[in-house]
Design a protein around this ligand. Sequence first.
Ligand code: ATP
Length: 750
Amino acid sequence: MLLLKSLELSGFKSFAKKTELAFGAPISAIVGPNGSGKSNIAEAFRFVLGEQSIKSLRGKRGEDLIFNGSKSSPRSNRAGVKVVFDNSKKLFNVDFDEVAIERTVHRDGINDYSINGSRVRLRDVMELLSAANVGATGHHIISQGETDRILLASLRERREMIEDALGLKIFHYKKEESEKRLLKTKENIAHVEALRKEIAPHLAFLKKQAEKVERATTMRGELAKLYLEYLKRESTYLTYQTERLKQGKAGPSEKLAVLEQKLSKAKEAVERASETDARGKESLKIEEDLSKVRKEKEQLTRELGRLEGQIAFAEKREKENQSKAALMVSLAEVERVVKEVEEAAVKSKETENPHTLRNILSQITLTLQNFLQEHLFNSPKSGEEDTRALKAEKRGLEEKFAVIERREDDLTKAYQFLKQKIDEAKDESRAAEREMFRIMGEQGELKGQLESFRTEENTLRIEEENFKRELGEAGALIGKEVLAYEHHKIEAVKEDIVSEKRNVQDERRRKIEKIKIRLEELGGSSGEEVLKEYKEVSEREAFLSREVADLEQSALSLKELIAELAEKLNVQFKEGIEKINTEFSRFFQLMFGGGLASLTVIKAPPKRRKRTELDDLEAELPSDLPNEVEEEEEGIDIEISLPHKRIRGLQMLSGGERALTSIALLFAMSQVNPPPFIILDETDAALDEANSKRYGDMIEALSKKSQLILITHNRETMGRASILYGVTMGSDGISKLLSVKFEEAVAVAK
Ligand code: ATP
């Protein structure tokens, strides 16, 4: 099958005009005079197949590839080359029967690539080609003068060329691709790790916060339980106490009300008893009267005594007088008595003292009696009359006395009656007072009781207020649920609750307080925000950590893939080398009529290459290391020995021998993994006639497996081609193409 269908050049180097070469035969030859543009065609192949080295296309810049104009023709703006392959056998991994690859370079050096008219990247072209064993290293395009390139190449370059020839480039691409992906993956890992590192402190902080919140939640749960029990107990206790105090107070209050009435009655009674005062006044009056009456009685008694004495004296004197004469009294004597009495009377007026008065009166009486005894009774005439008068006076006094005595009697009786009444009243009053005091005492006791109830009530009120406050706080801290404390079940009956010592409940409250303080220390808020953020950040962290794990997994897979590819490369390379060796020997012997040639895999001297990021990541090297790394690789050495000659080194070969050796090797390589086409630009230039013949034979053998495009001046070679193109260049500096016959070709070539 012929893979290569055609090549079209436009504006490429000397091919100013669109020029198409069709390759409808296994061997096509291009002939023409020196400088007509033949090599430009070989370069057009390299160019369109993705060659990146402008130097290897004999230029300095991309611009050098564009037709530069001549005296008669203007320069082109771009150089384009299109190669068309037959893909009916699907050698290329696209679903078209024909694959047209086109590359254009513009004056600004920009390159465009397209596959079947669609713009693509260079990479796409490379991949497509290497899959079909058409690589860019150009092992199948041997440029002019490059015949022995493989001999001159370094061990490593040689290895690359052989790898390319063996079709291992695809593994290289894959390996490089994997390495790039590994690098990218490592970068991603580093990036993600950096992100993780970045959020780590925040996450740690949030974690702590979240733990606090969780602790607070747990604590709040604990608090809720404690609160429910506390509140339930407290409300039970308070209800009970309220009721108890209410009932306790009722009895004393009622009693007190009753006592109040009793007391006012008792007071009335006492009031009444105080009326005795009036009686007291009355009794005093009686006492006074009585004393007056008694005095009068005394006076009367005395006067009666005197009268009786006077009467007895008068009667005695009467008897005497009946014997005696009348009595004479001098005036002077009378005047003296009068004077004496008058003086006494004056004295009496000066005093109010009854006693003094009485004395004065007695004095007067005595004076008068003495006078009478001396003189009057000595008078016989008046004796009888005096007695009568005295007796009459006595009778009068006695009557008076009797009246006074009766009056005294009456008064005494009245007094006694009154006294009895007063005593009775006094008794009554005392009893009333006693009652009053008893009531007051009882009241005091009841008031005391009520007072202590009130004290208890005050305490209870404080407790109720505390309870309400606590309830409010509980609601704020725990939420509505805690307000349903009434329905909370606790393991205690009402009796237990109310009889429990208060300090037990106080202890509960203290516990609650403690938790509240600890809650406050943990930060009062419910922390929903924190939990949300913690969740978000830890989810992000989890995501990143998964990402890292995934990336690490893919890095691992890539490493495995790389190792696998390396292994595949190694194995296939070694197998390929063996196969090439066999062919190499055969071609070599064919060329030289004997001798030995072989390739050996040897360790290439370490190659220094720029350190890549991949290396750094791989080895985690510090960045201050030298910018290059040493790489040990295997290279390819060529050993030959010519028949009949003691030549062993490549350096010692003649130009022709070198050409033959390299041709043998190139052909061997092409035999093992035949490329779809081979372009040989004057590979045969150095051959003499005999060798040209052998060369021609080998070409024919080669053309069985690969399509050949030969640029040549060699008659022998031309003779093997079925298609011949002649290239000429006129004075316009533009290469022209024409199909020629063998004879013409021979002529053109000269
Ligand atoms: P030989 O037989 O001596 O190897 P050749 O046929 O291979 O010769 P080439 O090397 O392909 O010749 O062609 C070289 C010619 O192409 C030169 O005449 C050169 O001036 C011309 N050429 C190269 N680049 C350009 C360009 N950018 N524009 C115009 N002409 C160019």
